[in-house]
Design a protein around this ligand. Structure first.
Ligand SMILES: [Zn+2]
Length: 270
């Protein structure tokens, strides 16, 4: 039914206001689906609204670690989460990259925000859509954002073995990838892998049943579309690159990645 599923996009953004319908029509023609990812209450609502309108769009709801410094108030999300097209919680996680001051206080705030959403995901039996970015120049004596996320997930995983999710726009190394896979999380790679070689080793390492692709549209378009507005249609370039790096037949990778998305986010079962 689908050839590609872009598991993380922001089709609700104003960047698509002029031609959203056309982009989605092309996606339908090319058998491409996407998960529209909320980053605060307003955008979560927008994503659910879009998902309700189109068969090939699903939604996640939640609060990004730094977007708007908004809190996650459970009662605001209770009504949204009942919607059958809501397939995950997030994007949530930790982002140390953009912290300007009061590092420790801000880290703490982000961790609390993340934990609220993990608890909500557990209560609603939904997977997490995780966002993670490290400090630009972190000292290697302290734990980075990936390590902190792993510590929190490992804690919750103990009492809730069914907790699962995906780490989107993955830019960690092989060792970090292994730790997520060990707790049954998947990893998705973005357009950067089409123009930077730094991630090849990690991509080779991640088993094909644990790997996915995401565009993070409208951000970071893959080659050969660099600098342009990104769109879920460009997911094809990222999947092609993963097949190349893993030296596997593109048709096998395509099928497996659609299967992975369906299984992690239970797409179509609602
Ligand atoms: Zn995003």
């Amino acid at each position: 039914m689908f050839d590609y599923i872009d598991i993380h996009s922001h089709l609700n953004f104003p960047d698509f206001d002029k031609d959203r319908g056309d982009v989605i029509k092309k996606m339908t023609d090319e058998k491409i689906g996407t998960i529209c990812v909320g980053a605060d209450l307003k955008t979560s609502r927008e994503c659910v609204e879009l998902a309700n309108k189109y068969k090939n769009i699903w939604a996640t709801i939640g609060v990004h670690p730094n977007d708007g410094m908004e809190d996650f108030n459970k009662r605001d999300y209770l009504k949204l989460v009942e919607n059958k097209k809501v397939v995950g919680i997030g994007e949530c996680g930790l982002d140390y990259f953009r912290i300007k001051e009061e590092l420790e206080i801000e880290k703490k705030r982000q961790k609390i925000l993340f934990e609220k959403q993990i608890q909500f995901a557990i209560q609603n039996n939904l997977p997490l859509m995780i966002h993670c970015r490290d400090l630009p120049h972190r000292s290697f004596t302290e734990a980075g954002a990936y390590e902190d996320i792993l510590e929190i997930l490992n804690f919750y995983k103990k009492g809730n073995p069914e907790l699962k999710g995906n780490v989107h726009f993955f830019i960690g190394d092989k060792e970090i990838a292994k730790k997520f896979i060990d707790i049954d999380f998947t990893i998705s790679f973005s357009g950067v892998i089409t123009f930077a070689n730094n991630y090849n080793e990690t991509i080779k390492y991640v088993p094909i049943n644990k790997i996915m692709a995401d565009t993070d549209s409208p951000f970071v378009a893959p080659a050969p579309f660099r600098g342009k507005r990104n769109k879920p249609l460009y997911i094809k370039e990222i999947v092609k690159k993963i097949a190349e790096i893993k030296n596997l037949d593109i048709e096998i990778i395509k099928k497996q990645m659609v299967q992975n998305a369906i299984s992690v986010f239970s797409l179509g079962s609602h």
